[in-house]
Design a protein around this ligand. Structure first.
Ligand code: COA
Length: 304
């Protein structure tokens, strides 16, 4: 059998999505999202997807690019996924080399990789010189049976859909980026330009602007909970955030609760998310809803 590693073509969308879905069933992945990310990433991100084939069948994929939303330049992400039945035959190593070469040629000095907490995955990146950093949990709520907390909207607070901000999403950009600066994470997300935010987050095909909910206090978009979906049954909370001055008043819970209620009513049956193990407030909120951890993931880093 001949192993080939090559760049992604649009016709690979389904196969790449299938690989990611098998290896990371905790995420919400669709062929449309895979194709859209490759076609629409800002040029400066130098985002590339590589595929590995055995005799024409896609058995693994690597997704790689520069991190745009950090003031520290030269940081990259490199994520490799190989179908379980094709492991141990050099596929992951070949994909990792292609991805690292690409980000290095694009100016990266370090690569971050998100790695599941199993001996095989950890051993792979450790043998390739990566060092372990922070951990996080994938979490899941069975929305089909969950008894969501009742929705009690305090006086002075208005819940709006993100679609109400379609004419001017800038308040959501301000909210998202202020919250992202305070999220415990391996990479400081402290420098996201508005145009890149529009391109990478607001214009995504999987962002559900009706389920994404914003808590508005005295005209200020103070907290939000973002919803990305597969358009059928699976719902992913990409980010929940509250402006610093408005934290500790229940606004994140409120925005997420409204979003989950509406998702359930729309027929979504699985709510998924990922939280850093040191994000006390967000873990507390998700526990309150009844989310259960489903897998642990580590961020590994290598200086290139
Ligand atoms: C996480 C975040 C959205 C919470 O916003 P908020 O509006 O203050 O949240 P709420 O007031 O609705 O609820 C916070 C809950 O966390 C609890 N909490 C606060 N700090 C805590 C800590 N250090 N450890 C444990 N629980 C904590 C609060 O007691 C509250 O729970 P309670 O209502 O049962 O008492 C906000 O801190 C934020 O924007 N952080 C930065 C962005 C981020 O990390 N987002 C999550 C990404 S996955």
């Amino acid at each position: 059998m001949t192993l080939t590693v090559r760049e992604f073509r649009a016709a690979d969308s389904e196969a790449v999505s299938d690989v990611v879905r098998v290896v990371l069933p905790y995420l919400v992945t669709t062929p449309e999202k895979v194709a859209w990310e490759v076609a629409n990433a800002p040029a400066a991100r130098r985002y590339r997807v590589f595929v590995a084939e055995f005799d024409g069948r896609v058995v693994g994929t690597a997704r790689a690019g520069l991190i745009l939303d950090s003031a520290q330049p030269g940081q990259a992400t490199v994520n490799v996924n190989v179908l379980p039945e094709h492991r141990g035959r050099g596929v992951g190593g070949a994909l990792l080399a292609a991805a690292e070469n690409h980000v290095q040629a694009s100016g990266a000095v370090s690569a971050h990789s998100w790695v599941l907490d199993d001996a095989e995955s950890r051993g792979f990146v450790e043998r390739h010189g990566y060092q372990r950093g922070r951990s996080s949990k994938f979490q899941r709520l069975d929305l089909a049976v969950a008894a969501l907390p009742p929705l009690e909207i305090p006086p002075g607070v208005e819940l709006r859909a993100a679609s109400d901000f379609a004419g001017d999403p800038r308040p959501l950009y301000e909210l998202d980026t202020e919250a992202a600066r305070d999220e415990p994470s391996a990479v400081e997300l402290d420098a996201m330009p508005y145009q890149d935010w529009l391109a990478m987050y607001w214009d995504r095909p999987d962002l559900d602007r009706d389920l994404t909910t914003v808590a508005v206090v005295d005209g200020v978009a103070a907290a939000f909970s973002g919803a990305q979906t597969d358009g059928r049954t699976r719902y992913w909370s990409a980010m929940t955030g509250t402006l610093r001055a408005y934290r500790g008043r229940g606004l994140a819970k409120l925005a997420k609760n409204q979003s989950l209620h509406r998702a359930k009513a729309a027929g979504y049956t699985e709510a998924l998310t990922g939280n850093d193990d040191e994000n006390g407030p967000m873990l507390a909120i998700n526990r309150w809803f009844g989310y259960q951890p489903s897998a642990t993931e580590w961020v590994y880093k290598r200086d290139l």
